[in-house]
Design a protein. Sequence first.
Length: 378
Amino acid sequence: MADGAPAVPFLDLVSQQAEVADEVLAAWERLLRAAHFVAGPDVAAFEREFAAYIGVEHAVGVANGTDALELAYRALGIQAGDEVIVPVNTFIATAEAVTAVGATPVFVDVDDETLLIDPAAAEAAITERTRAIVPVHLFGQTAPVEALAPLAARRGIAIVEDAAQSQGAVSAAGRAGALGTIAATSFYPGKNLGAAGDAGAVMTDDAALADVVRNLGAHGSSVKYVHDRVGRNSRMDAIQSVVLSAKLRRLDDWNSARAAAAARYGELLAAAPGVRLPRTRTGNRDVWHLYVVRVEERDRVLADLTAAGVGAAIHYPTPLHLTDAYAGLGYRRGQFPVAERAAERILSLPMFPHLTPVQQELVASVLTAATSGSRVDG
């Protein structure tokens, strides 16, 4: 670690990029020679490939994952006066996009086993103003859409999947991104399927919704200088599309490598004192975007890992209702006890396709030493 690099990084994008470098550089040179930079045939090709992979009729490339959520909400007609149910344990973009369209995020707690949205809590939060429920496929596994879908259908409520952490994840009901009314995903570089910058997509089987999303992301225009509605500029760069196409061809192999690493962590940490391992829902095939354990004295344990050169992180340290951004909604501490309790204990360990057994053994050794003597109180 003489150069300051960790012995085990939290994420290794360099090794991943090395696998696709020749293919991507050749495609970039072609695009640069042709001066094709925004949208175009390469973006259309990726949209078709990704839609086929997910198992939907339509995928629309956009500028980033937050835009994907906002455009999905807007395509559904969600606006001021409407409510959208959001799990409180998620990245702020899930709720931020609700706010951006003028609607109100209604927060609900999560299931203690998986930290995914609690269907019973979602049902209890429905009012006459509810327009959508957003199951977030968090950490790499699908949320319980199969429990939410009948409820949503009875009440005329849309299911908007936040699939930013779940490219390739499968449940008994199908693949993440193909389970609801419409879905949004992010291709931020650290995702299982990551671009070389920002990008995102909206997925749906509904042609009319797909058309509205595409129109909204092109300034409300389907024909140049003819503007059907007030839209915005949110289009995928062609350069990002060729990166994503190259990586999509390797995604299943990379997800399998993540699954193998998760299984190895399970073995190495099975007897670690005070470490609560992640659980996968029955019927799910997790793609392990993150490997999240729960420990007591989390901040001290994190400091010990960092000092030993092990990259680790927290996803997410503050439930959304306790952020300053959403203080105005009037929620209080103690209202969502599962998420609040988890936020004090969750710890994300290094997880990426090229993680080696030797690296994992070091992580497990340091974590076990750091938690020795801590009480198991999960």
